[in-house]
Structures are given as structure tokens and as C-alpha cells.
Design a protein around this ligand. Structure first.
Ligand code: GAP
Length: 441
């Protein structure tokens, strides 16, 4: 294998954004209308990658566990939910306006709070005011006469308000968790850094309900468990860290929070927060709704309010970290190849079937191979351009195995399988192909 050379940190982000555009991973939303700032669309390859990130999370958080169940709650919810959760009062960022150029900023994100980063004016900022990040809209057909509703700014409240429903229907008892993946919306003052901070994004959240005495232990457990998830899927440990929040950073509901951070090209940034939310949410919703959100421990013959440990991750930020970690430019025979060394679970296609030529004689057998492979794996089929260019294209989107059907296949019923990382090629009989792939994927 050729020496891998990571492109310099400064270029890396630009290279990823270019690759994403060139290969249909991420597009600027509404770009034919000049682009809609802070919103992005995932193209054919990106949609597969994002789905794989979410599937990998669901696999480890729900499928592999006996103590977690899933939920898919609504995005729209009435103000009562957000009054109880504290978001109506507290989910704000400090907003300042530059009186000179009228641009707006988050005061806590300014490098120099006395200078406008847009126009350079000094001392031009207004007093900071609390700006609520929730998107508000109206439910009902008559404009102006409907009820106020909010787009959820986190998926978490769906789990708290369904605590009783899930407890009664799932036969789970603490310690147990409710997991959800879904869209959340925040009217961020300064979206940016590509898909890192957008106004519409997907969260992957677990609310894990535990007896109060076990909260500290489960908090440590989930910090470790979630850190390992990123490592297992290919992020180098020197690009990951667990950072405990200082007292001044803690959310209104949390007694302990640690962020899992990734070393992005611009510095450390949050991928996920793991919080000990105590009994805050269940108590708040009990008080506001009048429903008792408690667990009855039969053995101890007592009711108690479980405490909650919450690992809360973002799908797009995880995808960004996986892309940045997987990207490499390598010199092969004096040629530069760009390759994504993605974990096979995250690769958009696991296999690409490539007939050597478009000649009719190869098409039926190549289609047959594709159909067999596609029964088990997401696979691509590509018969355009020279084979070398097709390999490069698959390398760029991280396809672990390319299966080439050539003229010898018609005689020996075998195909050539090329490994993305080593570029080593094996001749494999079509009968054994699925077993061969199964041993490796
Ligand atoms: N329920 C707790 C909660 O929502 P959070 O730290 O605000 O906690 C969790 O959000 C994760 O959601 C973050 O670690 C991040 O990955 C993702 N996230 C939050 N705001 C985001 C935004 N504006 N754009 C993209 N991802 C975001």
C-alpha cells in the first residue's frame, strides 16, 4: 500500500467540502436560488452515509441492548411542553447587534467583544439581549387565529412526556432507556462551519432512567460507552477527548455534563454531550401536567422519580468527524488517489460491481452478480469509463470492495475483488463471492 499522507489541516476542510459537492454527499440547500444559508441537503451518497451513521447508533443503542427501547415522537408540540422543560424561559443565547453594519452576533462567541468581526467598528454593539432559539409557528388553517406551536429544539422532551406510556407498555423498569433519532430545530444566531451548526439538524438521543443512587455510576458508564462508539467506528483517539463542563457552562437542568469533543480543523468542537439531568425533567412534567411520572418499586414498596442520564449526539457532526478522519490523499504509481478509509458500516456502498466493458456479453452476468450482492449489501453498479477511473471514483466515496466482471468470467465463473485500503486483488469464484465478502464486511 502507498504511504498515506493526510492533507494539511488547513486544506482538509476545503477538500472535504469539495469532495462532498463533487460526489453528491452534501449540497448547499436551494443552491439554484442562490443558496439558503445554514441549511444543507444530503445527495445520493450523503443520504446513504447519514443513514449509516444513524443505523450504527441505533444498532449499538437499541438493537444490541435489552434495556433500551425506541421512540419516534412528533416534531410539533404545544407551549406547555416547553414551559415545563424550561426552554421558554431559558433556551436563549445572548444576541448583540452592531449599530454600524446591523450584523448580529452571539456575544459569547466573539473573540473581541469590543470589535465587530464584520465591519471592524469599535464599541458598536448594543447591550446583549436574551434571544430564544425556538422556532414558533401556528397550528390551524386560519392565519393568525391558530394556536402557537413550537418545532422541537431537542428530541429529548418526547422521551420525558412519553415516560409513562413507555413504562406501561414496554414492561421495562429502571435502569432502562428510551432512544430516539430525529430532526430538531434551533434558530441559531451564527450557524456555520458547514454542517457543524445549522438551524435544522438531526439528533440521536438516549434518556436513560435510573434509580437515584445509581446515577453517578451510569453517568460514568455512558461517558465511556459513547466515547468508545466513535473510536470503534474509526476516529483516532488523539482526535477525541472527553471534557467535563465547568459550573458556569452547565445547562439549567444538569448537575454534571461532559462533552465528547473532536479535533476539527479549526479546533476542538462538541460531537455529543453526556448529561446527568437528575430528576429535573420528570418532576417538571409531573408538576405541569398533573400526571405522576414516577416508578413504583414493588420490592421496596415505594414510588420514586428516576434520575436521567442523557447521551445526546448530532448525526451531521458525527458524519463530519467520520469524513475528516477517513479522508486521505495517497501517492500510487506517481498518481494521487483520494480515498475515504471509512469503516465498512459507514461506507455508502459496501460493494461496487464493475463490468470491465459495456459489451452485451458481460452485462447479464454482471447484473446477476449485482442482484446477488444487493440482496445483502448496499451496492453500486457502474459500467461507464475506464476501470481505473471507476476504482478511483469508488475510493473517493469509500467503497470497501470493487467486484470486476471481465471476459475471463465467462470461462472461469470468477470475478476480481479489489480491496479499497490495500488495493490488493483476489480472484474469487462467483459461488464463493458472498462468503468472501461476509468474512470481510
Ligand atoms: N437534549 C440535550 C441536547 O439537545 P445539545 O448539546 O444542545 O443537548 C446535542 O445537543 C447534540 O446535538 C450536540 O452535541 C450536537 O452534536 C447536536 N447539535 C446541537 N445543535 C446543533 C446545531 N445547531 N447544528 C448541528 N448539530 C447540533
Amino acid at each position: 500500500m502507498a504511504d498515506a499522507e493526510l492533507s494539511s489541516e488547513a486544506d482538509l476542510m476545503g477538500n472535504i467540502v469539495n469532495l462532498a459537492k463533487r460526489r453528491g454527499i452534501v449540497f448547499q440547500s436551494a443552491d439554484i436560488y442562490g443558496g439558503f444559508r445554514s441549511a444543507y441537503d444530503y445527495g445520493p451518497i450523503g443520504a446513504l452515509m447519514l443513514r449509516n451513521v444513524k443505523d450504527a447508533w441505533w444498532y449499538s443503542m437499541v438493537q444490541q441492548r435489552t434495556d433500551v427501547v425506541g421512540l419516534d415522537a412528533s416534531i410539533l408540540s404545544p407551549p406547555a411542553v416547553w414551559a415545563a422543560s424550561g426552554h421558554l424561559q431559558n433556551f436563549t443565547d445572548p444576541l448583540v447587534d452592531c449599530k454600524h453594519c446591523n450584523d448580529r452576533f452571539r456575544e459569547d462567541q466573539l473573540d473581541d467583544p469590543s470589535t465587530c468581526p464584520n465591519c471592524g467598528a469599535k464599541g458598536s454593539f448594543t447591550e446583549a439581549r436574551a434571544f430564544n432559539l425556538m422556532f414558533k409557528t401556528q397550528a390551524g388553517p386560519v392565519e393568525g387565529a391558530g394556536h402557537d406551536v413550537y418545532l422541537r429544539p431537542e428530541t429529548a422532551q418526547g422521551m420525558f412526556i412519553n415516560f409513562k406510556n413507555v413504562l406501561e407498555t414496554s414492561r421495562k423498569r429502571p435502569p432502562f432507556g428510551i432512544a430516539q433519532i430525529g430532526k430538531s430545530f434551533r434558530n441559531e444566531i451564527t450557524p456555520g462551519n458547514w454542517v457543524f451548526r445549522t438551524r435544522e439538524f438531526e439528533q440521536m438521543e438516549l434518556e436513560f432512567f435510573v434509580p437515584p443512587a445509581e446515577a453517578e455510576e451510569w453517568y460514568r458508564y455512558w461517558c465511556q460507552e459513547r466515547f468508545d462508539w466513535y473510536v470503534d467506528l474509526g476516529i483516532p483517539t488523539d482526535h477525541l477527548r472527553l471534557r467535563a463542563h465547568g459550573d458556569d457552562e452547565l445547562s439549567h437542568y444538569s448537575s454534571d455534563t461532559s462533552d465528547i469533543e473532536f479535533l476539527f480543523p479549526w479546533g476542538w468542537g462538541e460531537l455529543e454531550g453526556v448529561a446527568n439531568r437528575g430528576d429535573y425533567d420528570l418532576k417538571q412534567h409531573s408538576e405541569h401536567s398533573g400526571e405522576r411520572l414516577e416508578y413504583f418499586d414493588q420490592q421496596a414498596n415505594e414510588h420514586y422519580t428516576p434520575h436521567v442520564i442523557e447521551p445526546a449526539a448530532g448525526a451531521a457532526r458525527s458524519l463530519m468527524a467520520f469524513l475528516l478522519s477517513a479522508y486521505a490523499e495517497e501517492t500510487v504509481n506517481d498518481d494521487l488517489r483520494t480515498v475515504l478509509h471509512l469503516h465498512p458500516k459507514l461506507a455508502p456502498f459496501k460493494v461496487a460491481v464493475l463490468p470491465l466493458s459495456k459489451k452485451d456479453t458481460l452485462t447479464p452476468v454482471a447484473h446477476k452478480v449485482f442482484t446477488t450482492v444487493a440482496e445483502r449489501y448496499m451496492a453500486d453498479y457502474d459500467e461507464t469509463q475506464a476501470i481505473g477511473r471507476r476504482y478511483r471514483r469508488q475510493d473517493e466515496i469509500g467503497t470497501p470492495y470493487c467486484v470486476t466482471v471481465d471476459f475471463d468470467t465467462l470461462d472461469d465463473d470468477a470475478v476480481t475483488v479489489r480491496d479499497r485500503d490495500t488495493m490488493h486483488q483476489d480472484r474469487v469464484s462467483i459461488d464463493r463471492l458472498m462468503a468472501y465478502l461476509g468474512e470481510r464486511l
